[in-house]
Design a protein around this ligand. Structure first.
Ligand code: ATP
Length: 269
């Protein structure tokens, strides 16, 4: 049974069906989890170390967070998300203990996916607002110690995410830490069609909307861009619906009729 004791812990409502495209990545993750989490003894038998942490990298808005949540749901694990900047702020404003507690929660609520977002921001901050590189090194060391402790746990799976794998501290990428890198690319045409359909699956869509054409002309768009287009279209449709309703009301008043409650547009399916 899954516990839900802490505010920061959530059971993800996102599942694989909410993630458009990325079929190869889903397959790759399935193998990693199946081999490393469900059958670690077989991996050890071959003298290898089970993977407990993977690093998602790729352009922004392409589903890294979404997929991490879906994985937690798929494997009935709790989900905790912490970002690099949050960890830095915690460390600099409070104490190391706070960072330890946050990681401690992950162990308490295992089975759990720990999602460490925006990992590159830690490396970036070396020469930035958090002052001297030495202090940032100490934070990094503490985070690494926590990750090492976490990785030894059978039922905690760590997913890191970054848009800039090139600047991630190399210590994060050592064997036993984020040693398995998975690229989350911009969606191709088929994936864009998937994302459009998923985003609009609960919305009424006019018959003349050609999603296939939309997916063809949106080369270079991220999943987040496509979702934004759909949301804007929905807002416009809602506005039209409301204006139509108001105008119909006025019309009926003029005709001395009472308003009916039917306001479904006829051209929507
Ligand atoms: P960042 O690197 O900026 O943190 P990210 O790769 O983690 O971005 P998400 O936060 O997962 O991106 O995606 C942002 C939003 O874009 C999602 O909440 C979702 O609405 C939409 N989206 C992105 N990729 C997909 C996808 N593959 N399928 C469906 N929706 C997607």
């Amino acid at each position: 049974p899954i516990k839900r004791e802490e505010e920061e812990v959530s059971l993800s409502a996102i599942d694989y069906d909410d993630v458009g495209g990325l079929e190869n990545v889903k397959q790759e993750i399935q193998e990693v989890l199946q081999y490393s989490v469900e059958h670690p003894e077989k991996i050890l038998k071959f003298g290898m170390t089970p993977t407990r942490a993977v690093l998602f990298y790729g352009p922004p808005g392409c589903g890294k967070t979404l997929l991490a949540e879906a994985i937690a749901n798929e494997y009935q694990m709790n989900f905790i998300r912490i970002s690099g900047p949050e960890l830095l702020t915690m460390w600099f404003s409070g104490s190391e203990a706070k960072v330890r507690d946050t990681f401690g929660k992950t162990r308490q609520v295992a089975p759990c996916v720990l999602f460490l977002d925006d990992l590159d921001s830690i490396a970036k901050s070396r020469n930035g607002s958090f002052g001297d590189g030495g202090a940032v090194d100490r934070v990094i060391n503490q985070i690494l110690t926590e990750i090492d402790g976490m990785s030894a746990k059978k039922n905690v799976f760590i997913i890191g995410a970054t848009n800039r794998p090139d600047i991630i501290d190399s210590a994060f990428l050592r064997p036993g830490r984020f040693d398995h890198l998975i690229y989350i690319p911009l969606p191709d045409e088929k994936s864009r069609l998937d994302i459009l359909k998923i985003t609009l699956r609960k919305s009424p869509v006019a018959k003349d909307v050609d999603m296939q054409h939309l997916s063809t002309i949106t080369n270079g768009f991220s999943g987040a861009d496509l979702t934004e287009i759909c949301h804007r279209a929905c807002k416009l449709a809602i506005r039209e619906l409301i204006e139509k309703e108001i105008n119909e009301g006025k019309e009926q008043q003029r005709n001395g009729q009472t308003a009916t409650d039917s306001n479904e547009p006829e051209d929507l399916v």
